[in-house]
Design a protein around this ligand. Structure first.
Ligand code: NAD
Ligand code: UGA
Length: 367
């Protein structure tokens, strides 16, 4: 296969004692940032992504171009392709997997339930089936989600809080992922670390997320919907800047224990850990919009509407004490500074007129 030739002939350099990391979802928002960060510090990285069209695949291709300038190769394939995954592990002895590929988004699940089951449940199980059989087993760090806290509003959320009230099928599949991880850890000794990300935003972000399409709509003079809960309180999110999340992902990889394997000599099971990676500072959606209005120097046409039962949760707020204790995770970017960086990237990438078409060639990586 073309990728095999590429991978065998590329240096996929490994620093002394460095990692060799398979990053699934590498053409995605968080995956592309993490791949670059790993590569920049000297780890070997190989990506996997199916380049699906959940959102404009040209953005995924542009991220891929950026990665290829840094000699990071992305294999085009699906998590559910067992023989492909097995082959990947045959060719590269990965020490770690950073598993970020998934069907994301909460509202899309209303119309597309099977997509979540396929990628987030079947795809995850397929990856674990392959990883459990590899010798030595890679340590796996995977993306869970703040959405597992469901309808909780007691705050802030800590990892021991209840997660039995998912509000969307997306949340239910992420919660299922945590249960599945537990099983593979228990039976096969796989080392698994789940990261509950909280509404991550930044340059190269996802066009299906509110901060991104609000920016587009405000620039184009189109109205935006600002949700309020059914009891008319503001909907708030613990918006977390991408660079903080990347640091958290690398910290989790760095502190991931080696797997014991089912026949491992080490006493006791390998770890199963779950961490919040949030910003610890929830912001109402109305405030998000007013920051964007300031940065774009344009008034938004706002429709405040009562949140329909569409999978959204009313509130998120991370307690990150555990991630701080175990790998020094400390978010440092407030929403206004992070959105400033996003808007700078957005204007550079799309052009101020926000004509989506041809201008995508003119991006540069400085954001
Ligand atoms: P993203 O959609 O930009 O990235 C996911 C990538 O995975 C995409 O490029 C997609 O093409 C790929 N992919 C999807 N299904 C696949 C499959 N079956 N096989 C191969 N590739 C597949 O999303 P993101 O925001 O970068 O999210 C990364 C991870 O973090 C996801 O697991 C998501 O659920 C989780 N997460 C994200 C946020 C956030 O706010 N961005 C918050 C919580 C959790
Ligand atoms: C985001 C991601 O999309 C999910 O993939 C991820 O799992 C989740 O974060 C998480 O933290 O786990 P969400 O917080 O719903 O989900 O992000 P957006 O869709 O960007 O919404 C942000 C906020 O804007 C929410 O409070 C939402 O209710 C609100 N919103 C959204 C509006 O007020 N109006 C809209 O038109 C859309």
């Amino acid at each position: 296969a073309a990728w095999e030739k590429q991978v065998r002939h590329s240096s996929t350099p490994r620093r002394v004692n460095g990692f060799s990391v398979l990053v699934t979802g590498a053409a995605g928002f968080i995956g592309s940032h993490c791949s670059l960060a790993l590569k920049k510090r000297g780890d070997g990285v190989l990506g996997l992504d199916n380049f699906n069209d959940y959102y404009d695949p040209s953005l995924k291709r542009a991220r891929q171009n950026l990665l290829s300038k840094h000699q990071i190769f992305i294999v085009e394939g699906d998590l559910n392709d067992g023989p492909l995954l097995t082959k990947l592990f045959d060719v590269v002895p990965f020490t770690h997997v950073l598993h970020l590929a998934a069907q994301a988004g909460v509202r899309y699940a209303l119309q597309n339930p099977q997509s979540y089951v396929k990628s987030n449940i079947a795809g995850f199980v397929n990856l674990l089936e392959v990883a459990k059989a590899v010798n030595p087993q890679p340590a796996i760090v995977w993306a869970s989600s703040s959405s597992v806290y469901g309808l909780n509003t007691e705050n802030p959320f800590s990892e021991r809080d209840r997660t039995d009230r998912p509000a969307s099928l997306y949340a239910a599949t992420k919660k299922a992922g945590e249960e599945i991880a537990h099983t593979y850890n228990h039976i096969y000794g796989l080392s698994l670390t789940g990261l509950r990300f909280f509404t991550v935003y930044g340059p190269w972000g996802r066009p299906d997320m509110a901060y991104f399409f609000f920016t587009k709509d405000i620039l184009q003079g189109k109205p935006i919907d600002i949700y309020r809960t059914q009891d008319q309180t503001a909907v708030a999110r613990d918006f977390t800047y991408i660079d903080d999340v990347v640091k958290g992902c690398l910290g989790a990889l760095d502190t991931a224990e080696k797997s014991t394997g089912s026949g491992g000599k080490k006493k006791g099971p390998a770890q199963l850990r779950v961490y919040n990676l949030g910003n610890t500072s929830p912001v109402p959606v109305g405030r998000l919009v007013s920051i964007l209005e300031g940065l774009l120097n344009t008034k938004a046409k706002k429709h405040v509407i009562t949140l329909p039962r569409n999978g959204d949760v009313p509130y998120t707020h991370a307690n990150v004490t555990l991630a701080y204790k175990d790998f020094g995770y400390k978010p440092t970017t407030d929403l206004a500074s992070g959105l400033r960086k996003f808007v700078k990237w957005y204007v550079n990438y799309f052009g101020i007129e926000s004509k989506h078409s041809k201008e995508t060639q003119h991006f540069d990586e400085s954001s």
